[in-house]
Design a protein around this ligand. Sequence first.
Ligand code: PMP
Length: 270
Amino acid sequence: MKKASINGKIIPASEVAIPISNIEILYGFGVYETMKLRKGNLFFVNEHIDRLFNSAWVLGLGHEFTKKQLRKWIEELIAENNAESTNIKIILLGGDEQKLYMFLTNPLYIEKRDYRDGVRVITFPYERFLPQAKSLNMLGSYVAYTKAKGEWCYEALLVNRDVNITEGTRSNFFAIRDKTLYSPPSGEILDGITRKTVIECVRENGYEVVEEDIALSDIFDFDGAFLTNTSGKVVPIREIDGKSFGEIAPNIAGVVKFYDEYLKKLSQKI
Ligand code: PMP
């Protein structure tokens, strides 16, 4: 039976309960993280814990948990579940009685051919509230993502009031021209851990990275575009709102390959 953890205490996952008296839950006053364990390697644990604490800080969500405690509880959860390859979700709820939940979730793996041929996405007008926080306020993103799924698409790209593409509902966005990557400024989006590490990795491989607004109306002037997130890694986009980039450009295929190699190298060090 799967185990979960509440404030460091291991219990059967089926017994996890959220107190309905905690009004903060209904208001979405909480923050979360999803990190990945693959073949026993836990990726970017310190970065995820740092971001969780930063999200809490952005919302003014006070708590007394420490980073050291979290690292220990994550390790205990993995050991108790004999987990090898899974995602680990952490939810920190604010309010009078702060609660830290940890449990395992199934990663959303995508098909191999999607890395080669790209995925379809739609656009959706929405600006995330306090975008640098990974908060439980997910209603807008959920509605956008559900619409995307209804149209057999992988993701919805969020478009702001200036009609710029900011990010996906659960991913960051890049456009590419030759060997230059363009991504919206980090102050206006969630600072994705995959985004950050992709930038580091492509720079090592001779690409340049520019942070600037990306107008939806200009998107087909680029060679192509892709999404990044923890589960999907680098996911090329084939089609936006039914309009196609055509075949996935070799410079994007290069990013997919370089990032896979980067993670492989990293897993040898963990
Ligand atoms: N933007 C949003 C809004 C997200 O929810 C996510 C998923 N955490 C991302 C970007 C990608 O972040 P990461 O690479 O850390 O998974």
